[in-house]
Write a protein of this length. Structure first.
Length: 477
């Protein structure tokens, strides 16, 4: 015999299962007086059928029943709804069995004769738990839905599943204090990831300084002073006390980029600082506590570097507590249109002229390229297109004809060679516009003066000629 009614949106509905008809009637009366809607079954098979059709906030079941007992019913109900609270009713000799059932997932157990107050209290807790679980699952579903649609995340751009996974890992790791090792090819955005970890930190650290140090850009003899600081007179030329990056970071974040470039003899000192969470300034005797979180990044495989003897294995273990890998652009080509539009919007916002667009054929061409320089390389190509137009990307037949007839055995211009040629042309144009002044050109290009000089030497650009042309221009006009 069973009694299953329709579900009410306002009244919590219970399922009560027992082969004792008189106990079923008594329980039903008690529970309905307490404000519950109640369905009853005197066989476990009937209860399973009811649970498959109806949504219950809890199930109350006897543990000793013919054909299928409460233990098996529990397991099969969990297969239907793993969050459904099941309360088992036991006799005096079934307490050990009930305890085992709780370990297997039962919400609670009650002994016969069932005390009314104990019963209602247990059901109230079960109903509240059911409600909280449902709310939590709904919230997680909404969060997952919103995350799956995220295309911009703290400066990072991408909707590919690999990027969605990266965003979630950043959110998880940001709450912790452990060291993070970011690995990724050049141009993938390692500093953006480090800044996101700092900004998202659920602690006062997010309000502290974010200090970024590129280990490859500091001369080896200056690294120790840059990181540890020094006292006055610590060495020749140390006229004043200097605060190092460890100290300056305070309770914020210290980001050591290209950690693979750190000299071996300093890796041991860094290891000691990380182990003791304290350091001395050069020439100093006062122990200074390290309060900042350490985040490092590398574009090389540090395990291979350690195996080759170029990086300390023990330091790698200390830095690689929370590993974070950024996928190269070649692994998420589907994000290229999104990135292109982002960089076009970035340029258009800064200029008042008509918005720059990218023709679909050029976008198709960009989708096919290997992008060894990753997102940074793509951004430079789009910016070049915004300034110089489509000819800065596409090698058209017209452009080839303008350069002169091709030799019979000449091979087509490769992407790398073409990009180098266009980079040289772009660099000469900017330098010419700036009158051959490297400082002004570096500001326009968004590069350091050192990088601009390196490119000038690489492409053998005649700065003097550009300066002379600039001086001649007023007199000719």
């Amino acid at each position: 015999m069973s009694s299953v009614g329709t579900n009410s949106h306002d009244t919590p509905r219970l399922l009560v299962v027992d082969d004792d008809r008189y106990l079923l009637l008594a329980l039903r009366q008690t529970l309905e007086l307490a404000g519950y809607a109640v369905d009853t079954c005197n066989r476990a098979q009937e209860a399973l059928a009811a649970a498959g059709e109806q949504a219950y906030v809890a199930v109350l079941s006897d543990i000793r029943m013919p054909q299928m007992d409460g233990m098996e019913l529990l397991q099969r109900l969990q297969a239907i709804d793993q969050d459904l609270p099941v309360i088992l009713i036991t006799g005096h000799g079934d307490v050990a069995l009930a305890v085992r059932a709780v370990k297997q997932g039962a919400y609670d157990f009650l002994q016969k004769p069932v005390d009314e107050d104990v019963l209602l209290s247990a059901l109230a807790r079960a109903v509240e738990r059911r409600s909280l679980v449902r709310e939590n699952r709904a919230l997680q579903a909404r969060l997952s839905a919103s995350r799956s649609g995220r295309s911009v995340f703290y400066g990072l751009v991408g909707a590919h599943p690999l990027m969605q996974e990266l965003y979630s890992l950043i959110e998880t790791m940001a709450r912790e204090q452990d060291a993070v090792l970011i690995s990724g090819d050049t141009g993938t955005g390692k500093e953006l990831v480090a800044r996101a970890l700092h900004t998202l930190a659920a602690s006062p650290r997010s309000g502290g300084p974010f200090v970024a140090v590129n280990m490859a850009a500091i001369p080896a003899e200056m690294i120790e002073s840059e990181l540890f600081g020094h006292e006055r007179g610590a060495f020749t030329g140390a006229d004043t006390r200097k605060t190092g990056k460890f100290e300056f970071s305070g309770k914020g974040t210290l980001f050591l980029d290209e950690i693979c470039s750190m000299p071996l003899h300093l890796q041991g000192k860094l290891l000691r600082v990380l182990e003791e969470r304290a350091f001395f300034r050069l020439g100093g005797n006062s122990l200074i506590p390290l309060q900042a979180r350490i985040i490092t990044a590398t574009n090389r495989n540090l395990e291979e570097e350690a195996a080759a003897g170029h990086f300390r294995q023990d330091l790698l273990y200390r830095l690689n507590v929370l590993p974070l890998r950024i996928p190269p652009l070649a692994e998420r080509r589907e994000d290229i249109p999104l990135l292109v539009q982002h960089f076009l919007d970035e340029y258009n916002v800064l200029h008042n002229g008509p918005p720059v667009m990218l023709p679909p054929p050029l976008l198709d061409q960009l989708m096919q390229q290997p992008w060894p320089g990753n997102v940074r390389e793509l951004r430079n190509v789009i910016r070049r297109h915004c300034i110089l137009g489509a000819q800065s990307i596409a090698v058209t037949e017209t452009a080839q004809q303008e350069d002169g007839p091709a030799l019979p055995d000449a091979e087509p211009l490769g992407w790398k060679e073409h990009m180098e040629r266009e980079e040289k042309r772009y660099l000469e144009e900017v330098l010419g516009h700036c009158g051959g002044q490297v400082s002004a050109a570096s500001t326009v290009l968004g590069l350091s003066r050192k990088s601009v000089y390196e490119k000038i030497n690489r492409y053998r650009i005649d700065l003097e000629r550009l300066r002379q042309n600039n001086e001649m221009t007023p007199s000719q006009s």
